[in-house]
Each structure stands twice: as structure tokens, then as C-alpha cells.
Design a protein around this ligand. Structure first.
Ligand SMILES: O=C(CO)COP(=O)(O)O
Length: 253
């Protein structure tokens, strides 16, 4: 019997953007996520930690999930400036991004740290969105697949199912640059990720969502989301605009 396709997920990563006033943008997203869309896909917005509670309140009854952008490996303790998965869950989050390339680059996060964060997230009943992706130099030297496989090997938990893991492929050279990977490049990497997931997690690996991220916009979303093994998008800049973000989700209507 052919496997049912995973339920799509369109996620917004607001990065270090957004003030209290941005609740209006979030409210528009929640309003646009109507009954027909709710039947078809999940929607997640990951605001800066300062807005988690506010967005969580606005989200009540809308079905839009709220997530964090990072978490510490510990649940609590002397870690000035950090935030734990438990705190994010307490604030209303149900997902958390871990291993984003900006965290790997700016904060020296290794695969082992990313895995520990994914495990901490699950301890707190959050679904981790584990990010992987090659740099421009790695793509140009033909190492993209090897890099992504190595990141997965080091970053993924030992066990997982469709409810407690999401993987995002975000080629670093496509993030915030307006460049996107071409559909055949996306297809190749997503197929390789699917192989890793099914080898590791069996049938559940076929149902774990694999998101594409990197300059996803309304005008390229349909081409990217129609690629095999692309189960949604992780959207940066375009998620800051409710109309653009919803236009991307429209693919699944
Ligand atoms: O990093 C991203 C999402 O996590 C992608 O960002 P952009 O959509 O702005 O390229």
C-alpha cells in the first residue's frame, strides 16, 4: 500500500524581528487560517521569545501553533540570556527550531549540541524542527549531500516518530539572499533526507515532515512545494507579512 503523504506544515521563523505591535500581523495570519486550510495543513509561527506568550494568547482557538527559535539543552539553571524548552512550553509553544544555520554559525552550535537540544525539546513535549543545510562553498565543491547526511547523523535523535520530529533543509546560500535552490536540487537533497529518516525510523521516517527553507516567497512557493518529499516550508522574511505567508500556505488549499 502506498504511504500517505505527511500532513504539510508551513512554518514562519521571525528571527530577531517583531515587537508587541506585531501581534496584529500574527492575528491576520490566524484569521486567514480558515477551516478549509486547517483541514489541509498545519501552520506554525516562531516569534522571538519575547512574543511567545502574546502570540499564544492571540492563537487560542485559531489552530495556529507557536514555537521557539532555539532552546538550551538544560531545563533550568545558571545560563544567562538563554531560554529552556520547558520555559517555551510554559509560554505556550509546541514546537522549537533547533540547529538553524544562524545558530550554528553565530553561536558555534555543533551537531551534538543540536541533538541535545532536540532531546531537551522532546523532554518538554515540544516538537523540534531540526535544521540542516550546506554552505555555498560546500555546494560548489559537490559536498552538499555528504554535509547534509553528516549533519543528520549527528543532529537527529536515536528514535522519532511523525509527531515528535520535523526536519528542515535550508541551504545556507539561499537564506535571506533571494536565491532559492532549483527544484531538482531540492528533490535530490529531500530524497536523501527521506532515505536517512526511513533507514533510522522505519515506517515513521516516511511520515516525518521535511520542510524546505531559503527565500521561499509567494512567487516561488508553488514550484518548491510541489517537489517530491517537500512537506512544507520554513519561511523567514516572507513570514513577517501575513498576506505573503498565507499566500505560501495557499498552495495546499
Ligand atoms: O532561515 C530561514 C527560515 O528559517 C529562511 O529565511 P528566508 O526565507 O528569509 O530566506
Amino acid at each position: 500500500m502506498p504511504q500517505a503523504r505527511p500532513r504539510p506544515l508551513v512554518a514562519g521563523n521571525w528571527k530577531m524581528n517583531g515587537l508587541k505591535l506585531s501581534a496584529r500581523v500574527f492575528a491576520s495570519i490566524a484569521q486567514g487560517y480558515d477551516a478549509a486550510l486547517r483541514k489541509k495543513l498545519d501552520i506554525l509561527v516562531c516569534p522571538p521569545a519575547t512574543l511567545t506568550v502574546t502570540f499564544g494568547v492571540v492563537a487560542v482557538g485559531s489552530g495556529v501553533a507557536v514555537g521557539g527559535q532555539d532552546c538550551h539543552v538544560e531545563a533550568a539553571g545558571a545560563h544567562t540570556g538563554d531560554i529552556s524548552a520547558v520555559q517555551l512550553a510554559d509560554a505556550g509553544a509546541t514546537y522549537v527550531i533547533v540547529g538553524h544555520s544562524e545558530r550554528r554559525a553565530d553561536h558555534g552550535e555543533t551537531d551534538a549540541v543540536v541533538r541535545a537540544k532536540a532531546l531537551a525539546a522532546r523532554e518538554a513535549c515540544l516538537t523540534p524542527v531540526v535544521c540542516v543545510g550546506e554552505t555555498r562553498a560546500q555546494r560548489e565543491s559537490g559536498d552538499a549531500l555528504a554535509i547534509v547526511r553528516a549533519q543528520l547523523a549527528g543532529s537527529l535523535p536515536e528514535t522519532a516518530d511523525r509527531h515528535d520530529l520535523v526536519v528542515a533543509y535550508e541551504p545556507v546560500w539561499a537564506i535571506g539572499t533571494g536565491l532559492t535552490a532549483m527544484p531538482p536540487q531540492v528533490a535530490e537533497v529531500h530524497a536523501a533526507i527521506r532515505d536517512v529518516l526511513t533507514a533510522r525510523y522505519g515506517d515513521e521516517g516516511a511520515a516525518i515532515r521535511i520542510l524546505y527553507g531559503g527565500s521561499v516567497k509567494p512567487d516561488n512557493a508553488f514550484d518548491l512545494l510541489s517537489v517530491a518529499n517537500v512537506d512544507g516550508a520554513l519561511v523567514g522574511g516572507a513570514s513577517l507579512d501575513a498576506a505573503d505567508f498565507l499566500a505560501i500556505a495557499e498552495y495546499y488549499r
